[in-house]
Write a protein of this length. Structure first.
Length: 245
């Protein structure tokens, strides 16, 4: 009994693991549903810095029906943000890719090879939360055939997959990487999302953790989740690639 209690105490006292690189956020001001102003961007980034992050790969939406961003709008915004960070003396590196919505426009960008990538030609994409797009497997094939590695943003948030968990396995076997939101593991979105995120974690399928920061409420939830030691829990069965970026 004493040995069991001692082991439990050691687990509870385990030092939290600090992620130095964040993949997935919306910090370029005024181009999607993330930060609205440059001042708001700087406040969010300053807090991310205090949480231990030293590199951010921010990923504005590219969604033709709502946020019709392209390379120019994103990279111009990145330049403005970098200049402001330098002037504010916030010692953090910021790069940009995009969170692409799976639609016909995305397919066109793949064909033209006009995607903003991170890492080794990796592409972050999302889809409908409610219904699986019929072209999902085709898009994965087209990405891979074009030399890209597909990374599915917050797989735990797609409600249609919760009752078809085997589909996650199929996507992983096809070479799709998973980026899970830290706040999903912390219960920010819903109990159902949290349950699925933790199940994905226990399967060892998490490749990237992301803050998916849009606003202050996300930062507050992220702070609590990180302090709980959630990254260390993920690392027990998953090989995170964040700090290789």
């Amino acid at each position: 009994m004493i040995q069991k209690l001692s082991g439990l105490f050691r687990r509870r006292q385990r030092e939290p693991i600090t992620l130095r690189t964040d993949l997935h956020s919306h910090l370029i001001p005024g181009i999607d549903d993330g930060a609205k102003t440059l001042g708001e961007s700087l406040k969010l980034i300053r807090t991310l810095h205090t949480l231990g992050y030293r590199k951010l790969i921010t990923t504005p939406h590219t969604m033709s029906h709502r946020y019709p961003n392209d390379r120019r709008t994103i990279l111009d915004g990145l330049g403005t943000l970098r200049k402001a960070l330098e002037e504010a003396q916030i010692d953090i590196s910021v790069d940009a890719a995009s969170e692409y919505y799976l639609d016909e426009h995305f397919a066109e960008l793949i064909a033209k090879r006009e995607l903003l990538t991170f890492g080794k030609n990796e592409v972050l994409f999302e889809m409908s939360y409610i219904i699986e797009p019929p072209q999902l497997d085709t898009i994965v094939f087209e990405l891979q055939s074009s030399g890209y590695t597909p990374v599915l943003a917050h797989p735990e948030r797609y409600l249609f997959l919760h009752e078809h968990f085997e589909r996650y396995r199929q996507l992983k076997e096809r070479g799709v990487r998973f980026q899970v939101n830290i706040n999903s593991l912390g219960g920010f979105y819903s109990k159902a999302v949290q349950k699925t995120a933790r199940r994905i974690m226990h399967e060892g399928w998490i490749d990237y953790l992301g803050s998916d920061t849009h606003h202050r409420r996300h930062i507050d939830a992220l702070t609590a989740a990180l302090k709980s030691g959630i990254v260390a829990n993920v690392c027990e069965k998953n090989t995170l690639l964040n700090d290789r970026l």
